[in-house]
Structure formats: structure tokens, C-alpha cells
Design a protein around this ligand. Structure first.
Ligand SMILES: Nc1nc2c(c(=O)[nH]1)N[C@H]1C(S)=C(S)[C@@H](COP(=O)(O)O)O[C@H]1N2
Ligand SMILES: [Mo]
Length: 329
């Protein structure tokens, strides 16, 4: 982001994949699976193997056994799996879009614990599997909009962030919630260098975190998160720029005042705490009125208009009523 501004024409050839392939898959799922999509080793998943670029490759055992289908994004066309997993921002593994998929293979994501601190009754260190196991996993297809002005549609798997946070019983002093990524330079080579003060930090106002759209995400495309996409758990906040979607979370802290976050501390004039997708507030180095919807390429850059709150205005606009969004960007 700060470092590299990809040109519109920089799309790799692998991003060019016909939409019809994904459409076929969705029709197939509708016809064969009903409401609960059983993918773990089932016939449905097996039938989707065989070179379809929209499904995770082997091992199949990493697919979830039961995912509740939701209406979120059912009319959208998700990006092919290989695009969503090779065009990434995860600076802990390098600044290039291809670095995370090339360097995160051996990243250890189990066992994984999250430490919960601050203004809550139920604090301590919890195993991720214990945190997640009481919730039914949902598939939600969301638009994912990076501040660099590219976007993708991704079928995430996870639970409402609010449902998870409520289990820690935040007190009335918890006005914000702060998150931290793992700090482990041995595993994350990008943490040995660069201008970022590690670990990566993010935060939300507590009412934003409790909004039903905010997602505590453990998978995508029916399967566990690939390491490059933030395994084993990340945030997905679909009405905000992608950098709010902190990856590989190890710490959650409930706090009274607005926490410092990585990008807004590095360049406060460029990246705000709120970071709501807003076509009317330009970034100093690039316009936010449009976006490159991936996959696209040299011949079909696939530029579309950016929507207010990334198209989730109805669900989230009330969080910001009375706020000057040009000032609180
Ligand atoms: N820890 C961490 N989280 C991160 C980032 C990062 O560099 N480190 N990049 C952010 C940015 S800028 C974006 S756009 C998304 C990218 O998610 P994706 O690679 O799954 O598309 O992750 C966000 N979360
Ligand atoms: Mo981003």
C-alpha cells in the first residue's frame, strides 16, 4: 500500500478466468445441497474436484463438514480460488502480491491460541478451536475492496464477530476492540525488515464490531483459510477497506479509547481509523471512485464504480449518522 502502487495493467494472466466456470459450480450446489452444505469428504465436494479452478485443491480433509449457506452475496460471482489465493496483501510474508502464497506454506497455524485482555469479564488465553466450536459456521459471499482500488468477491466461512466477542463479556467501558497479528519473525520473514512496526495492529469501535456483517473468518471457498489469506483466523469487515481485515489474530483487547492501528499510525493523512469504503473521499495518491474488479486483465480491466460502504450502506450507515465522513475517513 504505502510501498507499491500496482498499475491497472499489471494484472497477471492467471487472473483471467471465465465467469461461467463459477456459475456452473453455484448452480450445481443449489441443485444438490439445499440449505446445509456438507462438503467434508462428501460427494458434493468430491464432485467438485477435477481441475475446477474455483475449488480448493487437495487435501480435501481441510474442507469443513458443515457450513450454513446464507443469502449474503448469493447473486455475486466469486473470484476463482487461484486468484484469491495468489494475489494477496500479507506484508509479514513480503510486499509483493505473490509473496504470501510463495512464502507462507510452512506457517504453523495449529495449535493456535488467542489472548483476550482488557475491559471484559471473561479474559484469558483460549484455544481457537474452543472459541469457534460453539458456533455454526456460515458461508457469506462478500465484496472485498482494497484501498489500492482493486476488489474481489470472496465466499468466506466463519461466524459473526459480535457473537464471538460477546462470549468474553465486554464491560460498559469497552468502547473499542483492538486486534493483533502474531509476531514471529522466524516464521514471518517480512517482520525482519521494512518500515512497519510489528505486529500488525487493527481496531474497531465496539458497535462496528457488533454489527452482524463483521465476520470472524476461518475459511474461504468451503475450506480452511490458506495461510496467505490469514490462517487460522482473520477479520472480514466488508464495508471497510481490506486493511481493516487483520490476519492471523493472536490478541483481542477491549479498550476505552481509540487504539493505534498499523496503517493510521504509519500515514495518518492517508489511512484513517474508520477506513469505510467511500467513493467520495479520495486517497491522496489514488481515486476511490472506481475499482478494478478481479479477475481482470490487460484486455478486460473490469473497472467498476465503487459503492458507498462497498454496497453495504443499508446495513451500516446508521453507525455513522451525524459523522463527517470526510474528516473521519
Ligand atoms: N496481518 C496482516 N493483515 C492484513 C494485511 C497485512 O499485511 N498483514 N494486509 C491487509 C490488506 S491491505 C488487505 S487488502 C487484506 C488482503 O486480504 P487477502 O490477501 O485475503 O485478499 O488483508 C489485510 N490484512
Ligand atoms: Mo488492502
Amino acid at each position: 500500500m504505502l510501498i507499491k502502487n500496482k498499475k491497472r495493467s499489471d494484472c497477471s494472466e492467471s487472473e483471467v478466468t471465465p465467469k461461467t466456470i463459477y456459475l456452473n459450480r453455484r448452480q450445481f450446489m443449489k441443485a444438490s445441497s439445499g440449505i446445509v452444505l456438507g462438503v467434508g469428504g462428501s460427494n458434493v465436494f468430491a464432485a467438485l474436484q477435477g481441475g475446477n479452478p474455483l475449488t480448493p485443491p487437495t487435501p480435501v480433509k481441510q474442507a469443513f463438514s458443515q457450513i450454513i449457506q446464507t443469502p449474503y452475496g448469493s447473486s455475486e460471482t466469486p473470484a476463482p480460488y487461484d486468484v484469491a489465493t495468489t494475489y494477496n496483501n500479507f506484508y509479514e510474508f513480503g510486499y509483493g502480491k505473490g509473496d504470501p502464497s510463495e512464502r507462507a506454506d510452512n506457517f504453523k497455524t495449529r495449535p493456535w491460541t488467542i489472548t483476550v485482555e482488557g475491559e471484559a469479564e471473561n479474559t484469558g488465553t483460549f484455544d481457537l478451536d474452543d472459541i469457534i466450536k460453539t458456533s455454526a459456521l456460515e458461508e457469506r459471499i462478500y465484496r472485498h475492496r482494497c484501498v489500492e482500488a482493486w476488489s474481489m468477491v470472496i465466499p468466506w466461512v466463519g461466524v459473526s464477530l459480535g457473537d464471538v466477542l460477546k462470549r468474553f463479556k465486554p464491560t460498559s467501558k469497552a468502547k473499542y476492540v483492538y486486534f493483533e497479528t502474531l509476531y514471529d519473525p522466524k516464521q514471518m520473514p517480512g517482520q525482519n525488515s521494512g518500515s512497519i512496526e510489528w505486529p500488525y495492529r487493527e481496531g474497531l469501535r465496539i458497535d462496528e464490531a457488533m454489527n452482524p456483517l463483521a465476520m470472524f473468518t476461518v475459511g474461504m471457498y468451503g475450506s480452511i483459510l490458506p495461510n496467505q489469506n490469514g490462517a487460522p483466523v482473520r477479520l472480514v469487515i466488508p464495508w471497510k477497506y481490506g486493511f481493516k481485515g487483520i490476519k492471523s489474530i493472536v490478541k483481542i483487547r477491549f479498550v476505552e479509547t481509540m487504539p493505534l492501528t498499523t496503517w493510521s499510525s504509519l500515514a495518518p493523512g492517508e489511512y484513517g481509523f474508520y477506513a469505510n469504503v467511500n467513493p467520495n473521499v479520495d486517497h491522496p495518491r489514488w481515486s476511490q471512485s472506481q475499482e478494478r474488479r478481479l479477475p481482470g486483465g490487460v484486455l478486460f480491466p473490469n473497472v467498476i464504480d465503487t459503492q458507498m460502504f462497498n454496497g453495504y450502506e443499508e446495513e451500516v450507515a446508521s453507525l455513522y449518522s451525524g459523522m463527517d465522513l470526510k474528516r473521519f475517513f
